[in-house]
Write a new protein. Structure first.
Length: 364
């Protein structure tokens, strides 16, 4: 075997029925109905049905691109399907390629029911090439990271963060070791890791954990953990404890991320629902009056408008516009001013004169 033995590879031809979908696939871990499955139960018929349903999505929406491709082009072996032995003869768990196998299993069901499968050769169901890897759990995590954190990136923020957390916690790898193994920066590793820890804090909170939805919240927390003014100054993130030290502000933030019941009993949407809103929040997070307005209006945009930050930024923009207009000002333009325009200019000059003392102090 030579080279194949050195890296624990074994090329095999198996039937689609011998391939078991991985119920612990990182792609599924952000789903609300995800449950960890021990190896001894992976081949359970009900487990396999549940995993196939999760991978398919409603009306097979999650694998529609593959179904259409296989029907149109047949099965093109662009990437190897990687499997590991479950410990029983002719049973292999798919390590890499679960979506493709799910699509093929779906098409086999259609074929067995006499349905059209387009240009896909049905012979693939009885003999498809796979690569059997004999790797440790740590090597498996790194393979997944190379493909879905620094490589293909089909995974979401939560799945990527969880994999990095597993490398750090379960395999005791340092930030630098993880970064070198996955081919990404140590800064990126740290941000992903902090995101995962923050999500776990939210998940385990007795008051707000019920709203844990990683696929919705992961991008928001990723943004939070990338904003030093929120993470460090306002929430008091402790790198050694991997936790927030300002519990009051932490719970206040959590309250903005969950639905709230109005006085009339109606359920209100969370105040913060998008990662872009965190970028705005970072501008006003140290302005208590703006935060109170945020909670009253349940709008980040309204809070920004009412904040001192908005007034400062608005003043800067206004001054720039005034300078541009003054630079363009000429006698011809002045002669065309109406009576009302002239009155407006007088009022503006009067206000500038009244505020001259304050302005001089500011620019000294």
């Amino acid at each position: 075997m030579g080279r194949k033995e050195e890296i624990g590879m074994d090329f095999r031809k198996v039937s689609i029925g011998e391939l078991l979908l991985d119920p612990n696939n990182y792609r599924l871990r952000g789903a609300e109905n995800y449950k960890y499955v021990e190896d001894k139960n992976i081949n359970n018929v009900m487990v396999q049905k549940r995993v196939l349903k999760m991978l398919r999505g409603d009306n097979s929406a999650n694998i529609k691109d593959l179904l259409d491709s296989f029907k149109e082009n047949g099965y093109l072996k662009i990437d190897n399907i990687i499997v590991k032995n479950l410990g029983k003869e002719n049973e292999y768990v798919v390590v890499e390629g679960n979506r493709r196998v799910a699509a093929l299993k779906t098409l086999k069901e259609l074929y067995d029911d006499g349905m059209d499968i387009g240009n896909l050769d049905p012979g693939i169901f009885d003999g498809m090439d796979v690569v059997l890897y004999d790797v440790s759990d740590k090597e498996y995590e790194i393979i997944m990271g190379l493909r879905h954190v620094s490589g293909i990136k089909e995974w979401g923020d939560y799945e990527q963060a969880e994999l990095i957390a597993n490398l750090a916690r379960n395999h005791k790898m340092s930030l630098r070791e993880i970064a070198n193994s996955l081919g990404i920066s140590a800064l990126m590793v740290k941000k992903r890791l902090n995101t995962y820890y923050a999500l776990e804090i939210f998940r385990n909170d007795q008051d707000y954990g019920w709203a844990f939805a990683p696929n919705k919240l992961s991008s928001i927390f990723y943004e939070i953990m990338g904003k030093g003014v929120i993470r460090d100054q306002w929430l008091g993130w402790d790198e050694e404890l991997n936790s927030f030290t300002n519990k009051n502000n932490m719970r206040r933030l959590f309250s903005w991320l969950v639905p709230n019941e109005a006085d009339d009993g109606k359920l209100l949407e969370p105040i913060i629902t998008k990662r872009d809103e965190i970028r705005v929040l970072a501008k006003i997070i140290m302005d208590e009056e703006a935060l109170v307005k945020l909670e009253e209006s349940r709008s980040v945009a309204v809070a920004l408008e009412e904040s001192g930050v908005y007034l400062k930024e608005g003043l800067k923009d206004s001054l720039k516009q005034i300078i541009k207009l003054l630079n363009k000002l000429n006698l011809g333009a002045l002669t065309e001013l109406t009576k009302e325009d002239k009155q407006t200019v007088k009022e503006m000059l009067g206000k500038l004169e009244n505020q001259s003392g304050l302005i001089n102090k500011l620019i000294e």
